[in-house]
Design a protein around this ligand. Structure first.
Ligand code: CP3
Length: 341
């Protein structure tokens, strides 16, 4: 089906656009009262994510209510460990928690390479329903976590400030670490291909914990696997968002992807210089800027837009929108991008 608004796809490919497209990382869920109402009708996040009709509904909410130029499928990066045989729970107010973690060869033997279409059929069904209900209004973004970020949760068993267990593993057991990273990579490629087959128009890889590795380790344990994913997916444009990986920008410029996400610590002009002219840059307003007054949000957004002016750009925040941000301020951000000339 032909898209009525394909600004995101054209901007990703570096084609001409009438205006800069805009969406927000973590726009589905979190900030909208309409999301919380749907979520309260079920037992929690996991049931919502595993009920395709409801997942499709909350995926489309920000398109209707905020006016973003793309939808992102409502799911989580942690569905991959689950599909590999390591289930997670979402603990209210605390975040993800894995009853079992991976620490030995024996644990590795219990895992399997996920087959996207079968093991994650509920996400695939949600994508099909979303595509039907969006009816071509805006593109649908599919996503997965980067292998390193998924590895970090599988070793650590929960969120962590330092992920010291996961980082210790890279030093103590590099060969074991590479075997697990390769299994995650193969699962992720299968999963992303199934998402594209079901209708995802663009895919994004979230490397949320990129910034806790040093440059050499990042190259060896993360970029190498992201690169495999980028090479394996040729069907749709790809975005790589590596939070905190300021040290890897030059190397990321060489990835086989169309778009690089920037966080707000990364200077815009400097990033463009390091990454080169041939990639679209996505981002990168500090999510905390949305705590300001409407005038302050406008000024901060215009400043960001001015710095990106004249080069390939998709407007976004520099990380996911914070849960207590007022949706009205999100609308000011979106409108300011749309009005910017
Ligand atoms: O972007 C979207 O709106 C689509 C849905 C989406 C979710 N998680 C839903 C979610 C996406 C793209 C993600 C990605 C994700 N999940 C990342 C990468 C992006 C980032 O923020 O760095 C990470 C690291 C996770 C892991 C995760 N999931 C954590 C740490 C938590 C708990 C805290 C939090 O972020 O809210 C989750 C839970 C989660 N994932 C919620 C939602 C809507 C909140 C659950 C709830 O409704 O209570």
């Amino acid at each position: 089906m032909k898209l009525q608004n394909d600004l995101l796809l054209r901007a990703a490919k570096g084609e001409k656009v009438e205006r800069t497209p805009v969406w927000l990382m973590r726009q589905a869920g979190r900030i909208l009262p309409e999301y919380r109402a749907v979520r309260e009708s079920v037992s929690g996040f996991i049931e919502l994510a595993q009920t395709p009709e409801l997942a499709a509904e909350v995926t489309i909410q920000p398109v209707d209510l905020l006016g973003v130029d793309a939808a992102i499928i409502f799911s989580d990066i942690l569905v991959i460990p689950e599909a590999m045989g390591l289930p997670y729970e979402m603990v209210e107010k605390r975040g993800p928690w894995f009853p079992n973690t991976v620490s030995s060869e024996g644990d590795l033997k219990k895992l399997r390479i996920a087959d996207g279409a079968n093991d994650l059929s509920y996400v695939i069904k949600a994508i099909e329903i979303t595509k039907k209900n969006l009816n071509g209004r805006v593109p649908l973004i599919g996503f997965a976590g980067a292998p390193w970020t998924i590895f970090a949760y599988m070793i650590e068993g929960s969120g962590s400030k330092t992920f010291s267990k996961a980082r210790a593993m890279l030093y103590k057991e590099p060969a074991f670490s590479h075997r697990l990273l390769q299994m995650i990579t193969d699962s992720t490629i299968n999963y992303l291909k199934a998402q594209i087959e079901a209708g995802a128009d663009l895919i994004q890889i979230f490397d949320s914990w990129a910034g806790i590795l040093g440059p050499d380790q990042y190259e060896e344990f993360s970029l190498r696997y992201i690169s495999q994913i980028c090479d394996a997916i040729q069907e749709v444009p790809k975005t790589v968002f590596a939070k905190g990986a300021f040290f890897a920008r030059e190397a990321m410029g060489k990835l086989n992807c169309e778009t690089i996400g920037l966080d707000w610590n990364m200077g815009i002009a400097e990033s463009r210089k390091l990454i080169g002219p041939n990639k679209t840059l996505q981002g990168n307003l500090d999510p905390a800027a949305l705590y300001g007054s409407p005038e302050q949000v406008q000024i901060a957004t215009q400043k960001m837009m001015g710095e990106f002016r004249g080069s390939r750009h998709i407007a976004n925040l520099g990380h996911g929108v914070y849960p207590d941000i007022d949706p009205e301020m999100v609308k000011v951000f979106i409108q300011t991008v749309k009005d910017f000339r």
